[in-house]
Design a protein around this ligand. Structure first.
Ligand code: TXE
Length: 479
């Protein structure tokens, strides 16, 4: 399987003809090649995008909206094929890709196809000065969208859809680890009538292709989701060039469980928030804090539920956890488990790699629960990004709040309680961009999405995304 770049509406090989291998995490085998594109490929994509921008930026909102809605339909019509491709590339259960990743990719286009028709700007009548000010929100020009491997098409389209809706032309790079569904998106866009050069999808390594995107002076804004270290690097390159930046980075999210919660709901959702997508979601509640009154009961019930999760072939209907995304990532996650005891942690469940029959070289790991004594340990401070959660008891609201906030990250937090006053107090006091109360990962695409502290800069979602992808201009008319 050879993956090609999608530039000016056509599939093409990288200019220097350099390729990298694409691995299937389920069996550890190479199953294709992808371009390792360079500056020259990015320069070419920018050239065609510049031409396309002239007409796309002045295309009516109705027309842009219609095309985006057609792309959404195109994604839906290829649901099975896209879900299988996502599962093969990423190792995630095909069922998860079918029920979450691919439907959400379609929703991203549908949502922003509608949102752009409702996007409005302000006007200010400067009374007494005989002047009217109004705000213009104009497309920026050429923007870069760089996405990670954990939710490949879901996050790729989460950036591309608002960028296109707002009238920009896009240079987009999916993760080199999961290029497949981004590759198929090109065909879908052509079929939907997206004009040539409006969306250009270029594949390759972050250090090569990604670097060329962030450094290109004609790419005026970068929307990035990925690791915090990469985010810091991107900011360092983009800031002196005065690019607009939206960075959605890592998380080390607290899941705070009070004794007065709806226990069964909490238990079932906590299994999901701990291990969905093999724990490879920036929103996973990787630090579980449980009020001491129910700690022992929770420990027994949680481990009982976790032990029922089926780890195995991502292609099978009954699989709950598939393979981790890559061998390197598996090694990284294992390194945390191996040093857990030095970190004063006790492995209560899991902690071992699994060999799946017929798929012996795949990257499988048991869901892992580690009891920790102190929130300052490495396991509670660093993003592991795998099927690993820590649990520890707490006594008071004040104590758990202080532990929840005691991390460099601030993406999301979950609180389980039926106490309304506590909910209101804690929602205000938690240092995180998203607070879920008695639920997890319930998303409404109109809401602002993003993190505080080292979890990122800027907000995606709804009109926030459309504001990010437009330049704001004040026009003042005196009459
Ligand atoms: O991500 P990278 P990696 C976290 C998670 C994980 C760690 C590292 O903890 O273990 O990050 O993962 C592109 N210029 N998250 O190394 O490198 C890269 O090609 C421009 C959290 O896989 O940040 C890919 O397309 N682009 C996270 C994208 O950045 C560059 C999701 C993300 O890859 C680049 C993924 C460069 N110099 C990992 N270097 C989340 N927030 O959801 C890399 N890239």
């Amino acid at each position: 399987m050879t993956i090609q770049n999608f530039v000016n509406g056509e599939y093409s090989n990288p200019i220097n003809n350099n390729w990298i291998d694409n691995y299937c995490p389920a069996n550890g085998k190479i199953y294709g090649q992808i371009p390792n594109s360079t500056e020259e490929d990015i320069a070419l994509a920018v050239e065609v995008a510049e031409v396309a921008f002239k007409s796309w930026s002045t295309t009516t909102v109705e027309k842009r909206s219609t095309i985006l809605l057609k792309i959404a339909e195109g994604i839906e019509s290829r649901l099975d094929e896209l879900a299988e491709a996502e599962s093969k590339d990423n190792g995630k259960p095909v069922n998860l890709a079918k029920s979450v990743d691919i439907p959400r990719a379609a929703s991203n286009f549908r949502f922003f196809g509608h949102a752009i028709t409702q996007f409005a700007s302000e006007s200010h009548d400067s009374t007494g000065q005989n002047a009217l000010n109004y705000t213009l929100r104009q497309p920026i020009g050429i923007v870069g969208c760089i996405s990670p491997w954990n939710l490949p098409l879901y996050l790729f389209t989460w950036k591309i859809a608002p960028a296109l809706a707002a009238g920009n032309c896009v240079i987009a790079k999916p993760s080199e680890v999961t290029p497949m569904t981004a590759f198929l998106l090109g065909e879908i866009c052509n079929k939907a009538g997206l004009p040539k050069g409006v969306l250009n999808i270029v594949h390759g390594l972050g250090s090569n292709t990604g670097q060329a995107i962030i450094a290109h002076s004609k790419i005026k804004a970068i929307s990035f989701t990925g690791g915090t270290k990469t985010g810091a690097h991107i900011a360092a390159i983009a800031a002196p060039k005065f690019k607009k930046l939206s960075l959605e980075l890592g998380g080390k999210n607290p899941n705070i469980i009070f004794a007065d919660c709806d226990y069964e709901d909490m238990l079932n959702t906590t299994v999901k928030s701990s291990f969905a997508n093999q724990g490879q979601i920036c929103l996973c509640g990787s630090r579980v804090f449980v009020e001491r009154a129910i700690y022992d009961k929770f420990k027994t019930d949680f481990i009982n539920k976790v032990s029922q999760l089926k780890v195995g072939d991502p292609g099978m209907e009954e699989t709950d956890l598939g393979a981790l995304v890559s061998k390197d990532h598996l090694k990284k996650v294992m390194s945390y488990i191996e040093t857990a005891e030095q970190d004063d942690g006790t492995i209560l469940y899991g902690g071992q790699e699994i060999s799946v029959e017929g798929l012996e070289n795949g990257y499988y790991l048991m869901p892992t629960v580690i009891e920790v004594k102190n929130n300052s340990c490495k396991l509670n401070q660093e993003e592991i990004f795998g099927p690993v959660v820590t649990i520890m008891p707490f006594d008071t609201e004040k104590e758990v709040l202080s532990m929840a906030n005691d991390t460099t990250y601030g993406l999301s937090a979950t609180i389980w309680t039926n106490n309304l006053k506590r909910t209101m107090r804690m929602s205000k006091a938690l240092e995180s961009g998203i607070v879920w109360v008695n639920t997890w990962m319930m998303r409404d695409l109109r809401t602002p999405f993003g993190g505080m502290k080292n979890s990122g800069v800027g907000r995606e979602g709804g009109f926030e995304a459309l504001r990010f992808f437009t330049d704001t201009k004040n026009v003042c008319i005196q009459y």
